[in-house]
Design a protein around this ligand. Structure first.
Ligand SMILES: [Zn+2]
Length: 207
């Protein structure tokens, strides 16, 4: 039997619930393509957020024992950044992890460290996080369009430094994460990809 209940052990791509088994709502739902070939899909449900996930699986009468497409794809894909230096990636991944399990204060601390480590790669080490990011913009390492959005990271600037600090809620930490993701793409992914293009034999015109 090609549908295997093991396929239901997966993280919820909607709400990020991890280490869980999604509920199997239906299996072997058949969709016929234009060549008459049947594709089988299972519908899974998340017990936390109530959203549905589709998994394509092998036909019942075949010995095809694989799970194929999962729709939607995991929210992890949205946060994957290429060419991220290892030290920055470590803090960033920690931030993702604690935000997923619902500890926004801890996520804020890890995001602050992520941004500090990122700025340090450009030899910027201001005492105040906002100043470091402003310098990244002033020095032209990131586009000016980040400027008006800096308030999204104001809340994480000194969180965790004192017990009396203002707490950060999930939504605020979520926005700080989105800002951080885009900033890291601009700082590391774009230059990294362009460098690969150059090394890949593209014509480089000198001034
Ligand atoms: Zn969910």
């Amino acid at each position: 039997m090609p549908w295997d209940e093991r396929y239901a052990f997966r993280d919820c791509p909607w709400c990020g619930l991890t280490n869980t088994r999604l509920e199997t709502i239906a299996i072997d739902q058949q969709v016929v393509d234009k060549w008459g070939k049947i594709r089988s899909w299972a519908t899974l449900g998340c017990p936390a957020c109530g959203n549905a996930v589709l998994v394509r699986h092998g036909a019942q009468d075949s010995d095809d024992s694989k799970a194929y497409e999962v729709v939607p794809t995991s929210s992890h894909a949205k946060t994957v950044i290429n060419h991220l230096p290892e030290d920055v990636a470590r803090y960033y991944n920690d931030a993702l992890l604690v935000l997923r399990v619902g500890v926004p204060d801890a996520a804020a601390v890890q995001l602050r460290r992520t941004l500090e480590a990122a700025a340090a790669h450009y030899d910027i080490r201001e005492k105040v996080l906002m100043k470091s990011i402003e310098r990244l913009i002033d020095d032209g390492h990131v586009t000016r369009s980040f400027g008006p959005l800096l308030h999204h990271i104001r809340s994480i600037g000194n969180v965790g430094a004192h017990a009396s600090d203002e707490r950060v809620d999930q939504e605020t930490a979520g926005r700080a994460l989105r800002f951080t993701t885009q900033l890291l793409r601009n700082l590391f992914e774009v230059p990294g990809e362009l460098k690969e293009l150059t090394e890949g034999g593209a014509t480089v015109r000198s001034k």
